[in-house]
Design a protein around this ligand. Structure first.
Ligand code: GRF
Length: 203
């Protein structure tokens, strides 16, 4: 399967938490949008706000607890992805690492959003890492997922200033507003075939 398709791409979103990026994708791709439609939400946490947001929009939502068994999780996810004929997966606050086999199978069709200007500050607590490092600018990155953590090729980056009196919360909130623009933009670039593995668009 190669982008562009001759129809809207069918998206799955994987989320472990509140799901504000899920909501931004749902809003950006309403029914009959020519680029994409959000068809499936998968969460590894039963309590995730993302599950109720998906249900509120009549999007099929599944809680698949990861437990210690990544293989089982990925087997169950694979069945869902096939059943829903998913073209593109968007990780959005999904707090588990997928296997190298899974990321290889979905190479070019698996995206993540991270709250820093990668390659700076990968991993957990990216906003606090930026504050601790004393940088004057941070932001967010949507990138293709490879077998590493936050290491795949960037697709879209959006920048924000880091202000002198910022806390982790104020900086995270400023970055989150940009995330909500960046993710739909990255999805459009990928599904329209305008960005593939080795291209990069800077903001
Ligand atoms: C976002 O900051 C995203 O960059 C990070 O996890 C957070 C998820 O937020 N990977 P939400 O659940 O989409 O509101």
């Amino acid at each position: 399967m190669m982008f562009p398709l001759e129809r809207p791409a069918r998206l799955a979103v994987f989320a472990s938490g509140r799901g504000s990026n899920l909501s931004s994708l749902i809003a950006a791709f309403p029914p009959a949008d020519p680029f994409a439609s959000v068809e499936l939400l998968v969460s590894n946490k039963r309590s995730a706000g993302a599950l109720s947001s998906a249900e509120a929009h009549n999007i099929s939502a599944y809680a698949l607890p990861f437990g210690g068994d990544r293989e089982r999780f990925e087997r169950e996810v694979d069945a869902l992805l096939r059943a829903f004929r998913i073209d593109l997966i968007c990780l959005a606050g999904f707090m588990r690492v997928l296997s190298p086999e899974f990321t290889a199978r979905w190479a070019g069709r698996l995206l993540n959003i991270h709250p820093s200007l990668l390659p700076a500050f990968p991993g957990l607590h990216a906003q606090q890492q930026a504050l601790s490092a004393g940088v004057r600018e941070s932001g967010c990155t949507v990138h293709f997922v490879d077998a590493g953590v936050d290491t795949g090729k960037p697709i879209v980056q959006r920048r924000v200033p880091v202000l002198p009196d910022d806390t982790e919360e104020t900086l995270a909130a400023r970055i989150l507003l940009e995330e909500h623009q960046a993710y739909p933009e990255a999805v459009r670039l990928v599904v329209s075939g305008r960005v593939k593995a080795h291209e990069r668009i800077m903001r």
